[in-house]
Design a binder for this molecule. Structure first.
Ligand code: FES
Length: 119
């Protein structure tokens, strides 16, 4: 039998992620992108919902991260897709990215996750 637990996990130091920057962190097997938008931290899944490109290797402008592979754009505050992927002259819709709650305690950045424990 297994049970679910809700918890925040420390993923790094706020001072390591200045405004306008991003950092990829891992919680278990899950890669999460943590972004600092004007001093407020946000977290979304790092793999792009189009074809798995690493959003952490893309660019952050304001609250929008652009995937380095085909240019899909996501709002890091919500995970919502704001622009689809581009291939030649075609643009395709992509799904929203999962988003996670973030809190800061002192200089620690914590991301809310759901974990499974027990057997
Ligand atoms: S993998 Fe991100 S837009 Fe294609």
């Amino acid at each position: 039998m297994s049970a679910h637990r809700l918890s925040f996990t420390k993923v790094g130091k706020a001072s390591e992620i200045p405004p306008g920057s991003m950092k990829v962190v891992k919680i278990g097997e899950q890669e999460i992108l943590v972004a600092n938008v004007d001093g407020v931290f946000h977290a979304i899944a790092n793999p792009c919902t189009h074809a798995g490109g690493k959003l952490s290797e893309g660019t952050l402008k304001g609250a929008v991260v652009t995937c380095p592979v085909h240019g899909s754009q996501f709002d890091v505050r919500t995970g919502k897709s704001v622009s689809g992927s581009k291939f030649m002259f075609m643009r395709s819709k992509v799904g929203d990215a999962a988003s996670f709650e973030v809190k800061v305690e002192g200089d620690d950045v914590l991301v809310f996750q759901r974990s499974v424990w027990g057997m």
